[in-house]
Design a binder for this molecule. Sequence first.
Ligand code: AMP
Ligand code: FE
Ligand code: FE
Ligand code: ZN
Length: 286
Amino acid sequence: MDTIIHNFIDLHVHSTCSDGTCTPEDLVSLAEEKHLRAIAITDHDCVSGVKRALSAAESAGSSVEIIPGIEISADWQGMEIHILGLDIDPWHSAILSYQEEFLKEREERNKLMAERITAAGCPVTAEEVQERFPGAILGRPHYARIMMEKGFVTSLDAAFKQYLGDRGPCYVSRRRISASDACSLLLACKGKPVLAHPFQYRLSKERLESLVDYLKGFGLQGMECLYSGYSPSDMTKLQDMAKRHGLFISGGSDFHGDNKPSITLGSGIRGELQIPYSLLTDAGIR
Ligand code: AMP
Ligand code: FE
Ligand code: FE
Ligand code: ZN
């Protein structure tokens, strides 16, 4: 007899529409298997996976609630920071234009990246990568995988360390939306802007405070305090900080399937995550 009430969620999940290895349909089944009550699909710069997950959940009569989301790569003082938009309207014209514009830029960048990888001794074309990953917004993780599959590197990590990392010989930078514009864009699409994985940027405490103050000025509403690999004390620090700034607490694993194999949907790396459904009510999303 199953009398357990499952009340856990995951608000940061990637599908094959960006750089995850599970399709949006797979994610709905996986969330069901893991007894998660809700997941947010938050692909990089793309909302196509949201629509597919919503239809999959509906046609399967799934009990998993799908929260529409996106993860925007934005610029703050020359650094790349990630802003999640939770509960966004995935049909809003502003987000669709953003997606289209940045997709075109990525296509140009991918051609350059393919040329550099070829010059480094691993022949590859942008067309071939597109065929290998149908429907994905292509970026470095896909190129890393192709390099591994061709036997040019032994792991995804090695591809980044030796070639694709920010200082690597095959790296091509790309234009980013400013952090303030990213917040405005998300708000225009009824999304709630959330600062993703705040410790990933390796900022001092003071700089992180100033980033949060700055973003709050542009409508930041939440902070991702529960995150894969964060220690209990990291998570407590972030929750205190969120409360001080009047931000809601968000939590997600950043699941990417086999592209980040140590991370499990809903529970993180060592089972450190237990993200309660009540966060969604506190955030005003449910
Ligand atoms: P892109 O948007 O094409 O520049 O690719 C960025 C994505 O590559 C990030 O979202 C990560 O998933 C992945 N990535 C970036 N740096 C690394 C790294 N050093 N090792 C593994 N994955 C990385
Ligand atoms: Fe990613
Ligand atoms: Fe991120
Ligand atoms: Zn992510």
